[in-house]
Design a protein around this ligand. Structure first.
Ligand code: HEM
Length: 491
């Protein structure tokens, strides 16, 4: 192996000893890799190196090492691993998130920065507030459907922002597309889900061969990938040229493009940008908001304190707005604690090295998949004492000037050049939804037929994006007056 010659006697970082040919294939768990990596940390340290069927993999188990490698050494650590299943078989390679660190990525990423970072991101406050009001109305009508309502409202927000498409019915075809598309995308990009990512020639195996179920999965997902990419874009473009489009990422980019290039429409760039925001933004904030509801059920004293802050700042005769935000440090801290308590992306977005590197005397080869164990960083008891407890106070400057614990925003949204460009949009949605829901509702444990409280399980899915498993709770209006405010907000 070339890497062997380049190592010049330097060892790889420590890790479980593999077997000839298959390397660590049998050591790799098929789910909850982050928990296994945490076990390995106690044995091997902050960096754990494995080789699975010839593919090098590095788990980064500490914040400090993640900052050193992914941020300070970004020229080496900013690429993405190649997923044969996701990019070649399912053709999700139009999504910018999956691109290696190349010219195509460099060309597109600034658009995401421009439209999703401050100050541009504040233009979506109106849409986000409207969607928060919509959610509250849905919660009044059918509180038991809260998991679904959160999904449909966050999907609707991103559809409005990306395409100017407002979701008005329960059975919106684009929302169905988001749900199916995102499930397929997450499935194909979870490291270790498909053998074909380790043995690329398997992609040539025909679909009828026993054991080649992945080929059928890929065929169906490929059709879905093209729909997600093209259908909302085509509709938005049609509305733009008919003069009926609502302002959106797509309409702004078409406008800008026509001004700069006369009649030439760079549809490839425009549809990739909006499609990426759609694909990356639809399923992410959902999970963090569902975590918020779970935390309110389990930690009623936190909810009480948060409601006291909302009542103090907003009063009882209106619902919260973005202008209240700077006076709501506890709500801000509560949103951060949702990110920390149950990390959305336990292994972050997979990075890959584009050159060899040496760190603390260890050799890290080019083409190595690098996974930042965000789950472990968020649960580190030395940084966050009693990490299993939901405690927003961690991030509120105390009167005694004791300082605050590490801001989870530095971990949850990734590292280096590939950090999440949707961070501000997500945090803004979180703020307005959390503040509005707490102004209008009390969230508590559901009761069974004997009137006994049902304790929710803290169970999460094991994909690259974690979601809480369905749980029951009671969501009730705080007063007749708050119900009236919610009803009036959408009139
Ligand atoms: C709570 C919500 C969210 C969390 C926790 C989150 C987290 C992340 C993480 C961990 C990454 C990988 C970073 C890395 O590779 O180091 C990422 C990438 C990304 N996120 Fe988010 N995200 C959220 C919401 C959003 C939203 C709302 C959007 C868009 C509207 C978005 C768009 C993206 C994009 C486009 C990338 C890929 C960036 C690239 O590869 O250059 N995210 N996000």
């Amino acid at each position: 192996r070339k890497a062997l010659q380049r190592r010049k006697g330097l060892p790889y970082p420590p890790g479980p000893k593999g077997l000839p040919f298959i390397g660590n294939a049998l050591d790799m768990p098929t789910s909850r890799e982050w928990e296994k990596a945490a076990e390995w940390r106690s044995k091997y340290g902050d960096l754990v190196f494995l080789e699975v069927l010839g593919k090098p993999m590095l788990f980064i188990n500490s914040y400090e090492a993640a900052v050193e490698l992914l941020e300070r050494r970004w020229p080496i650590y900013s690429s993405r691993p190649h997923f044969t299943m996701a990019t070649e078989l399912e053709e999700w390679d139009w999504v910018i998130t999956l691109l290696p660190y190349n010219d195509v990525w460099k060309r597109h990423r600034p658009y995401l920065q421009k439209f999703l970072q401050p100050p541009g991101v504040s233009q979506y406050f109106g849409v986000q507030t409207k969607e928060a009001h919509k959610l509250c109305n849905l919660l009044l009508d059918s509180p038991e459907g809260f998991m679904h309502h959160i999904r449909s409202v966050t999907g609707s927000t991103i559809m409005s922002i990306a395409y100017g498409h407002e979701v008005t019915t329960e059975d919106d075809r684009f929302i169905r597309l988001v749900v199916d598309g995102v499930n397929a995308f997450n499935d194909a990009t979870t490291p270790g889900n498909y053998f074909v990512d380790f043995i690329p020639w398997l992609k040539y195996v025909p679909e009828w061969v026993p054991g080649a179920r992945f080929k059928r999965v890929a065929r169906e997902a490929k059709a879905l990938s093209h729909k997600v990419w093209r259908e909302p874009h085509e509709e938005s473009k049609r509305q733009f040229f008919e003069g009926t489009a609502k302002p959106s990422l797509t309409s702004k980019m078409i406008e800008q493009n026509l001004q700069e290039n006369g009649q030439i429409l760079d549809e490839d760039v425009i549809s990739r940008i909006s499609g990426t925001a759609f694909a990356a933004g639809a399923d992410t904030t959902v999970s963090t908001l569902q975590t918020f509801v779970l935390a309110m059920v389990m930690f009623p004293e936190v909810q009480k304190k948060a409601q006291e802050e909302v009542d103090r700042v907003v009063g009882h005769d209106r619902l919260p707005t973005f202008e209240d935000r700077s006076r709501m440090p506890y709500i801000e801290a509560l949103c951060k604690e949702c990110l920390r308590w149950q990390p959305l992306t336990p292994l972050g977005g997979p990075h890959a090295t584009s050159a060899d590197d040496i760190y603390n005397g260890y050799f890290i080869p080019e083409g190595c998949m690098v996974l930042a164990n965000q789950w472990l960083m968020s649960q580190d008891p030395d940084v966050y004492p009693e990490p299993h407890i939901f405690r927003p106070e961690r991030f509120v400057e105390s009167e005694k000037g004791l300082g605050v614990q590490r801001d989870p925003v530095k971990i949850s949204f990734g590292f280096g050049r590939r950090f999440c460009p949707g961070r501000h949009l997500a945090q803004n949605s979180m703020f307005i939804i959390v503040a509005t829901v707490l102004a209008a509702f009390d969230i508590s444990k559901a009761k069974d037929s004997d009137g006994k409280e049902i304790e929710p399980d803290v169970e999460y899915s094991t994909n690259i994006l974690r979601h809480p498993s369905p749980f029951k709770c009671a969501i009730k209006s705080r007063s007749n007056f708050s119900e009236q405010l919610v009803r009036q907000s959408v009139e």
